[in-house]
Design a protein around this ligand. Structure first.
Ligand code: FES
Length: 108
């Protein structure tokens, strides 16, 4: 933890602004920048790494990936079961990185 001049407590990996996220897909690894108003899926599409997706509203699970490392916030989790979430799966169309060290793997 770090204490800022304003006495705000931040974790070491806390982020503000765009953050690099590591994407593993089709046997390759890509590091992409995710803007604060983007989902991980939107950034992956923008970077032309051809991620799987369909609905983009969190219902179909086509964009499902395993969170390997780091913290992620999901806007919606409709398509995922509780057990999938416990296993570490996320819907990348609903996912925003909360820390600097996020790795997601579409191949798992
Ligand atoms: S694209 Fe359908 S749940 Fe993400």
């Amino acid at each position: 933890m770090l204490e800022t001049e304003n006495n705000q407590i931040e974790t070491e990996n806390a982020i503000s602004g765009a953050v690099d996220v590591t994407i593993r897909i089709y046997g390759k690894e890509h590091i992409i920048s995710v803007e604060p108003d983007e989902t991980i899926l939107m950034a992956a599409i923008r970077e032309n790494i051809d991620p799987p997706y369909a609905c983009q509203i969190g219902a179909c699970c086509t964009c499902r990936a395993m969170r390997v490392e780091g913290e992620i916030a999901m806007d919606e989790r409709e398509g995922l079961s509780d057990s999938e979430i416990e296993e570490g799966y996320v819907l990348t169309c609903q996912s925003h990185p909360l820390t600097k060290n996020v790795i997601v793997d579409y191949d798992q």
